[in-house]
Structures are given as structure tokens and as C-alpha cells.
Design a binder for this molecule. Structure first.
Ligand SMILES: [Zn+2]
Length: 186
């Protein structure tokens, strides 16, 4: 059964710390990727605090992450509408442009249990080029929250965790998970 890989498990950590492999267009359209996508979507949907999930978090050494439909709605400060907001897979993503400016904000991670940070510096704006699930090349310009999510997920594919970049990481109680100022849990 699929599960979220966690950094405090030695075997899991080995995969989480690896740089992932790019997929060919044929691979993106293949049956193995279909299976991986289903598992990632299922794992993400089960997580109350899930914003996105990267393939290594589901046990796959592949350059792929999934951002939830709710995250796109939240990023646009819109009410979630399943017709309008769709979850999206990103394959072989590259950050092709970014702002000079970085901003610090809060982050947590499904693979780093019971930790949180209010001070992870990220570029304010990024442009990411990637292949979509039809293996078509796409570009996305993002700022603020969505730019942060894209950078967090991109880092997973390099074996990097937010705890490597945070100025300070705090321990949190399972029951007392911090909530954003706007009331959204990450
Ligand atoms: Zn993460």
C-alpha cells in the first residue's frame, strides 16, 4: 500500500534525499506513470494539510509533483470551485526565471512530521517550465504563495527539504498545528 515517505525513517530518507530522474515523453504517457499519478493523488487527498506532493514523497525517484486544486484556488484567493480549479501534475520542472527578492514565510512538509517554520526564504516570483500530463511543454508564472509551493516541490526533486533553508524550525504538537493568519492550514 502506498504511504507518505518520512524523513525520520532511514530507508525513506535515502530516497527523499536523492536527486530525481527526468521522465521521457513516452514515460509520462505510460502505464507506470499513470499508476504513480493515481497513488500521489490518493495520498494527497487523504492529507488534511496537503497542499502538494512530490513523487519521492510517494516513494518514486521521478521528477514529478502534484499541486492540489485547492492550492490553486487559495493562491488566487478564490472560493474553491471544482469546475474552475484543477489539480496539476508537473513533470521535469525547471525554474527558468526568478525575482531577485526573497520573502520569508511559513512552511511545513508531509515528509517532515511535527516540525514547522515561519522563516523559509523563497523567491517572491518564479517562472517554471515543465511538461504537463499530456507531455506538452508549459510555462507558469507564479508569485507569493504559489511561487513558494512551486519552490518547495521543486526542491523535493533535488533531494532538498525546507528544513535545509529555514532560518528556524520549531517542534509542534500533533494537536496544535500552527494555522496561517488567513486561517488556512498548510
Ligand atoms: Zn514537502
Amino acid at each position: 500500500m502506498s504511504r507518505i515517505f518520512k524523513i525520520n525513517n532511514k530507508e525513506d530518507a535515502r530516497l527523499l534525499r536523492q536527486k530525481t530522474q527526468n521522465l521521457s515523453k513516452e514515460e509520462i504517457l505510460g502505464a507506470d506513470t499513470e499508476k504513480m499519478k493515481k497513488e500521489m493523488a490518493k495520498l494527497l487527498s487523504k492529507e488534511k494539510f496537503g497542499v502538494a506532493i512530490a513523487a519521492p514523497q510517494a516513494g518514486y525517484n521521478k521528477s514529478c509533483f502534484l499541486i492540489s486544486a485547492h492550492t490553486f484556488a487559495h493562491a488566487k484567493q478564490e472560493e474553491f470551485d471544482p469546475k474552475k480549479h484543477k489539480s496539476r501534475f508537473f513533470f521535469n520542472p525547471e525554474i527558468i526565471k526568478h525575482s531577485k527578492k526573497k520573502i520569508e514565510s511559513d512552511e511545513g512538509c508531509l515528509s517532515v512530521p511535527l516540525k514547522y517554520s515561519y522563516s523559509v526564504p523563497r523567491f517572491e516570483k518564479v517562472t517554471v517550465r515543465y511538461l504537463d500530463e499530456d507531455a506538452k511543454e508549459q510555462t507558469i508564472n507564479a508569485s507569493g504563495f504559489l511561487a513558494r509551493v512551486l519552490q518547495h516541490e521543486f526542491d523535493h526533486l533535488q533531494g532538498v527539504l525546507y528544513t535545509d533553508k529555514a532560518k528556524k524550525v520549531i517542534d509542534v504538537d500533533e494537536e496544535l498545528r500552527p494555522i496561517n493568519k488567513d486561517g488556512h492550514e498548510k
